[in-house]
Design a protein around this ligand. Structure first.
Ligand SMILES: Nc1nc2c(c(=O)[nH]1)N[C@H]1C(S)=C(S)[C@@H](COP(=O)(O)OP(=O)(O)OC[C@H]3O[C@@H](n4cnc5c(=O)[nH]c(N)nc54)[C@H](O)[C@@H]3O)O[C@H]1N2
Ligand SMILES: Nc1nc2c(c(=O)[nH]1)N[C@H]1C(S)=C(S)[C@@H](COP(=O)(O)OP(=O)(O)OC[C@H]3O[C@@H](n4cnc5c(=O)[nH]c(N)nc54)[C@H](O)[C@@H]3O)O[C@H]1N2
Ligand code: SF4
Ligand SMILES: [Mo]
Length: 727
């Protein structure tokens, strides 16, 4: 008999509510669930992915059993083994490596928000290694950290077509990047005739809706933002009462932005001076105004930080902080916060001094986090440590290859495909080939998994419980239960970490046999059980605004969670760390004869998520080939025709892409990322077509060139050239 089970999609962070039709533990059909968060027809109607869930659940290329490598690494020969054997062997190998080299010889690698990550961090903290690698340096951390420096705690920028009077959308394209609700609200805002300003070198779908599109020269955004601040101060468009009462360092700021006149900024950014003035007037003159930013900014290397500093200042001086329709400061969760689940503060962290790069990076390190606690996060606030202290990938890959400053010999990869999504594929490849032990927890045999010693079959969509908590930055949780017991021998990632933990004497710290038991405990402070939570799939409290005005100690206003209690336009902590306390961008290097163009990698596209879903026939048919975009004028200059194959070359490497014209800044090239070809051979040398059209063959995260606070590298604004591809 068919049961209808309420559950959730997890093909992106929304986790839309679904009803699964389940027959004898088989999902035969899924449909949107109109009763549970975050059901919204506007989201699911646009989304091509949830419809293919039954196909993905039993896709012929899914990993269904633990696999152990036979033959040489990358030879594509596997032996099916039991979980018991896999776990025992992995634990024994890890123990031997730990005895020989110390616990820091184990690294882990994670990616975007695909799974619940705290069990991995709990294991690593108890095992004693600081070497978890992720993508935080170029996704999220810059914004989280700079807003925390400025306001004491992260800010969420909101758009409500009723209350928001202007949107400044900067380096993000919600039309493609799964942000359907936000996109829909933007369309409503534009339709209502309210100003929408979009800053993007490409005339994206979002830019097409704009009142004013600013096709900035890649990587010069901080100059543009400083130009806006200059105009806002010069023309006295700022919110003087908020500035006087709540901002620290306005006089220094005023002096600092003097040189950033529209004329000067126009010369660097390529945006006409009159448009700079117009953007400043629109943004400052239409409060509440939201300033919404994305990966276009987080991936600019050195200039990412001053750009975020300038954004925080823009929000503050226009009074758009903790105001409905503009932004709100998030609050600590009522449930057990991630920082306690991951156990970062409970362990004897002798391993912290083993952190690679701590002498050079001043914020994204353990001592950086300690400073952040000292200067910000007042009022009992605590951000998770896991991604704010994660290791710098470039140093970890190099330690694998060279054994310096100490050998990293083992890597466990969970829910990421670093050969496609980490910078410098050649380096990552060499690193993976140097390991004694590579374990990959996966749904599919990705190029990364092809190089593993063990591939472990993970439970995926509809096979595991979900509880998303905005990475521990907010008082919100959403998710739901699994629809089916995992097919075949697949297991939840939680099972792996707990079983491995038990084999290392961690039993006292894994009291919950299942993730559901753990989530039940986690929710206890809210008074909800896991079962009750699953009925609505949501725990949240309505947003409160102007919280800094509420009564704190001695009935005085609470203020901001910074040391000064104010919004720090001039950052005392950055000053203390020896970093410019006000935004000080650098001009990108000039074009050269060898590399006359600028490359953007990774602008999001439907129906894919990073390197995922290329093997799903229905989705592949929607977008079969990797594309590169340039303006028709740039194409003409190089005698290139739309639809032809071109080769894009950087100092680091090259890749083949099919040419598509787009209205965009001249002399800029944009290539898609995540491209491999699951239909090709799953072994060396092809590795699923890894070397053909993979954007990260062209990128680098060389530590010496990364910015010095967080370690951000460039995925955008990279010097490049294009040529006709030889057939
Ligand atoms: N050049 C360039 N590189 C980039 C970016 C860019 O813009 N340009 N963007 C960066 C950003 S912001 C991000 S977040 C990353 C994203 O990069 P990744 O996080 O590596 O994303 P995917 O390539 O989708 O890989 C996710 C893998 O996890 C598997 N998976 C899904 N769910 C589960 C699960 O529950 N358990 C397990 N064990 N596996 C699961 C999927 O099968 C898939 O192979 O890429 C980064 N890399
Ligand atoms: N379909 C789909 N959705 C996704 C993902 C996916 O892989 N596929 N990935 C998810 C992940 S991990 C993330 S982090 C989010 C990212 O979501 P977004 O931040 O919306 O990312 P993009 O859509 O790549 O938009 C970035 C925009 O920045 C522009 N840009 C590039 N360089 C510059 C620059 O120098 N200055 C400015 N101002 N703009 C620049 C690009 O042209 C692009 O339009 O999306 C998530 N959603
Ligand atoms: S992939 Fe689509 S259906 Fe699934 S959670 Fe994301 S928006 Fe919702
Ligand atoms: Mo991301």
């Amino acid at each position: 008999m068919t049961k209808k089970v309420p559950t959730n999609c997890r093909f992106c962070g929304y986790q839309c509510g679904l009803i699964a039709h389940v027959d004898n533990n088989n999902v035969t059909k899924v449909e949107p669930d109109p009763t549970r968060f975050p059901y919204d027809t506007r989201v699911q109607n646009r989304c091509p992915r949830w419809r293919v869930i039954p196909q993905v659940l039993d896709h012929p290329k899914r990993i269904n059993y633990p696999l152990k490598r036979k033959g040489s690494r990358g030879s594509g020969q596997w032996e099916k083994i039991t979980w018991e054997q896999a776990l025992d062997e992995i634990a024994a190998k890890l123990q031997a490596l730990k005895d020989k080299y110390g616990p820091e010889t184990l690294a882990t690698c994670i990616g975007g928000p695909h799974a619940i990550y705290w069990p991995l961090h709990r294991f690593m903290n108890l095992f004693g290694s600081p070497n978890n690698v992720g993508v935080g340096q170029i996704c999220w951390n810059p914004g989280i950290l700079i807003n925390t420096l400025t306001f004491g705690w992260p800010v969420v920028n909101e758009l409500n077509p009723e209350t928001t009077n202007c949107a400044l959308v900067w380096g993000t394209n919600p039309a493609q990047s799964d942000n359907s609700l936000f996109w829909h609200s933007l369309l409503q805002l534009a339709k209502a005739g309210k100003p929408l300003i979009v800053v993007d070198p490409r005339c994206s779908q979002t830019a097409r809706q704009a009142t004013l599109w600013l096709p900035v020269r890649p990587g010069t955004d901080a100059f543009l933002a400083l130009g806006l601040i200059h105009v806002i101060i010069q023309e006295k468009l700022y919110d003087s009462s908020f500035v006087n009462r709540w901002c620290y360092g306005f006089e220094q700021l005023k002096k600092h932005v003097k040189p950033y006149t529209p004329g000067y900024v126009a010369g660097i950014t390529g945006i006409p001076a009159e448009d700079i003035v117009k953007a400043a007037q629109l943004y400052a003159g239409n409060s509440p105004a939201t300033l919404y930013t994305g990966r276009g900014i987080d991936q600019l290397g050195y200039n990412t930080i001053p750009t975020h500093q300038a954004f925080a200042i823009l929000r503050a001086i226009t009074g758009n902080v903790d105001v409905p329709g503009a932004s709100y400061l998030t609050e600590m969760p009522d449930f057990i916060p991630e920082i306690d689940l991951e156990m970062s503060e409970h362990t004897v962290a002798s391993f912290r001094k083993k952190q690679l790069g701590q002498d050079f990076l001043s914020l994204q390190t353990y001592q950086g986090y300690a400073k952040l606690r000292q200067y910000t996060m007042k009022h009992d606030k605590r951000l998770p440590m896991r991604y704010l202290t994660s290791a710098h990938p470039n140093l970890v890959w190099k330690a694998m290859i060279t054994g310096q400053p100490y050998p990293i010999k083992a890597l466990i990869v969970m829910a990421t495909n670093p050969l496609l999504t980490q910078a410098d594929t050649g380096l990552v490849y060499q690193a993976l080939k140097s390991l004694d032990l590579l374990v990959v927890l996966e749904l599919f045999e990705t190029p990364t998994a092809m190089l593993a010693d063990y591939i472990l079959p993970s439970a995926g969509v509809l096979e595991r419980p979900l509880m998303e908590t905005d990475a521990g930055t907010a008082n919100v949780a959403y998710g739901g239960k699994q629809a089916v017991t995992p097919y075949y021998q697949r297991r939840q990632d939680y099972f792996f970490w707990r079983e491995l933990g038990l084999r290392f004497g961690q039993q006292d710290y894994w009291p919950w046999e299942t993730m559901e038991e753990a989530l039940d405990d986690c929710l206890k402070p809210t008074g909800l059980t896991w079962q009750e939570f699953c009925e609505t799939g949501l725990y949240y409290r309505p947003h409160r605004y102007a919280k800094y005005e509420t009564a704190g100690e001695n009935n005085r206003p609470l203020g901001f969670a910074t040391e000064s209690g104010k919004v720090e336009l001039y950052s005392n902590l950055l000053d203390h760390l020896g970093y410019p306390p006000l935004p000080q961008p650098k001009q990108p290097p000039p074009a050269t004869e060898e590399f006359p163009l600028r490359l953007i990698t990774g602008a999001r596209i439907q129906p894919y998520y990073a390197s995922s879903y290329r093997q799903v026939t229905e989705l592949r048919a929607l977008h079969p080939e990797p594309l590169a975009e340039i303006s028709p004028t740039t194409a003409q200059k190089y005698g290139l025709e739309e639809g032809s194959w071109i080769q894009v070359v950087t100092k680091k490497g090259k890749g083949r892409f099919k040419l598509k014209f787009r209205s965009m800044r001249d002399n800029v090239v944009s290539i898609e990322y995540g491209w491999w070809f699951p239909e090709m051979k799953n072994r060396e040398p092809e590795l699923g077509g890894l070397w053909l059209s993979n954007a990260n063959n062209l990128t680098s995260a060389d530590f010496a060139a990364c910015e010095p606070l967080i370690g951000t590298w460039n995925y955008n604004g990279i010097p490049c050239r294009i040529e006709k591809a030889v057939e």
